[in-house]
Design a protein around this ligand. Structure first.
Ligand code: PLP
Length: 482
């Protein structure tokens, strides 16, 4: 197979040409389109109300309208389904309630878990007389970003020693996806025509936010098949066909491990097949790694797909989150990495890309947040703490694996119409159960068990105390509702 870099270079007319943004401005309302309504009937009936006074002033000043954002221009947006689910769970007074919707680790008592190694790092920060609240550099904490790159490609990888990795600290994985999307929207111009943007191919299904993140930066979105409803495993043939049929040099979003929401990952042999097609088509890999070490408990194993693509010589990008594997959800620690293909120009390409990423970051967030970055950096740079982190990762992934086994065993013991092998075949935080929307609704109404409508459950929400209850509820619902 020809190295991907050769293919990419051969077909690339102007890889670093600027792309002008098309204007996406929705025209604001014209005066005659604007209607001012006041929902409080008494407010319009008296001449001394604040609204009346404002209207009088507006008339005097000849202001054309009160708002440029009436409902037909800015309609009420729907609530984010996941956060809506969390709110509904919180409001449910039932003592039996079970939250299988959350995308965050929970311990045996269904409580958030502060990793012991994170507590130690926090202690170090608090006892540091030099600690302050100064700005980080625009590209973030260098002691974090350098170690973060090593986590992705391996500490002794040629990509590191040859200076082929540009890394920048981001607002967790979401910010990394966004910055990567923005960079590609601006600079990845594979067709030599700024008005013809490359399409981002997302797995069907994917983490819902991917759709919004890439649409927001003006990149067209398409899907490739991923989940096989029948086997509840990977639809490798469908995926390969879609990648072969996609226009050359498309952007392909790949979950590095522990695919969200299905928990289904390609095998290493399947990753090779995927890589071969992508190289032949000159596709651009965009890896999203939000669960490294959390999936198998082994940091290297969970990075093997990315490392394979790097070794094959692809030029690629990686969005990396430390939310799950450090339990630093709210601290927003993450990185974006650009990795050049091996070439005599690699170091200068990397330097140029890094400079543009820094420029984009300056106008987006100026400087990334410091606390989570310090915590992760302390752990990654201290061999003893690093070893302890790996142990903490094994605790989390191990408990999740135990819960997979327990749920499957109970369902099989009950003779619940199945099969249920996918519960233990799938990996990572989530399982795509195959429960349909009606069954999901009944589980919530009758048993106070909460999960997303597509039947995805967070295994971290299960524990020894509730797994039997959940299995019995699933058993009943599967038998009663088709
Ligand atoms: C696939 C995937 N990518 C990225 C993220 C980003 O999360 P965060 O911004 O909290 O790091 C998540 C979180 O659920 C995810 O599941």
């Amino acid at each position: 197979m020809a190295p991907a870099s050769t293919l990419l270079r051969a077909a690339a007319p102007a890889p670093h040409a600027h792309t002008s943004f098309p204007s996406h401005h929705t025209p604001t309302s014209s005066p005659n389109r604007t209607t001012i309504t006041n929902t409080n009937p008494s407010a319009n009936s008296t001449s001394s109300t604040p609204l009346h006074r404002i209207q009088t002033i507006a008339k005097h000043m000849a202001l054309p309208q009160i708002t440029s954002f009436p409902a037909e221009v800015v309609p009420q947006a729907p609530e984010d389904p996941l956060f809506g689910l969390a709110r509904a769970f919180k409001a449910d007074p039932s003592p039996q309630k079970v939250d299988l919707g959350i995308g965050a680790y929970r311990d045996e008592n269904a409580k958030p878990w502060v990793l012991p190694v994170v507590k130690k790092a926090d202690e170090i920060i608090r006892n540091d007389p030099e600690a302050n609240h100064e700005y980080l550099p625009i590209a973030g904490l260098a002691s974090l970003t350098s170690k973060a790159a090593e986590l992705v490609v391996g500490a002794s990888a040629p990509a590191i020693t040859e200076g082929r990795v540009a890394s920048i600290q981001t607002i967790s994985g979401t910010g990394a996806c966004h910055l990567g999307g923005l960079f590609l929207s601006r600079f990845y111009n594979p067709y030599g025509d700024a008005s013809k943007k490359p399409t981002v191919y997302l797995s069907n299904p994917t983490w819902a936010n991917h759709n919004q993140i890439f649409s927001n930066v003006g990149l067209p979105i398409a899907q490739y098949p991923y989940f096989d409803q029948k086997t509840k495993g990977l639809d490798i043939d469908g995926m390969k066909k879609a990648l072969s049929d996609a226009p050359e040099r498309s952007i392909i979003l790949l979950h590095a491990c522990a695919h969200n929401p299905t928990g289904v990952d390609p095998t290493l042999a399947q990753w090779r097949e995927i890589a071969e097609i992508m190289a032949a088509k000159g596709h651009f890999p965009f890896f999203d790694t939000a669960y490294q070490g959390f999936a198998s408990g082994d940091l290297d194993r969970d990075a093997s797909a990315i490392r394979l693509f790097v070794e094959l010589g692809f030029e690629l990008v990686v969005a990396q989150s430390f939310a799950k594997n450090f339990g630093l959800y709210g601290q927003r620690a993450g990185c974006f990495h650009f990795i050049s293909a091996p070439s005599p120009d690699a170091a200068s390409i990397t330097t140029r890309v890094a400079s543009q990423l820094t420029l984009l970051q300056r106008s987006e967030i100026s400087n990334p947040p410091i606390y989570g970055a310090k915590v992760a950096s302390i752990v990654l740079n201290d061999p003893a703490l690093f070893a302890e982190w790996k142990e903490n990762l094994r605790t989390m992934s191990g408990r999740i694996i135990d819960m997979r086994k327990a749920l499957r065993a109970k369902l099989e013991e009950l003779g619940t119409p199945g099969p249920w092998n996918h519960i233990t075949d799938q990996i990572g935080m989530f399982s795509f159960t195959g429960l349909n929307e009606k069954q999901v609704a009944k589980l919530r109404e009758e048993f106070h068990i909460y999960m997303t409508k597509n039947g995805r459950i967070s295994m971290a929400g299960l524990n020894k105390k509730n797994v039997d209850y959940v299995a019995r509820a699933v058993d009943k619902v599967v038998r009663e509702v088709q």
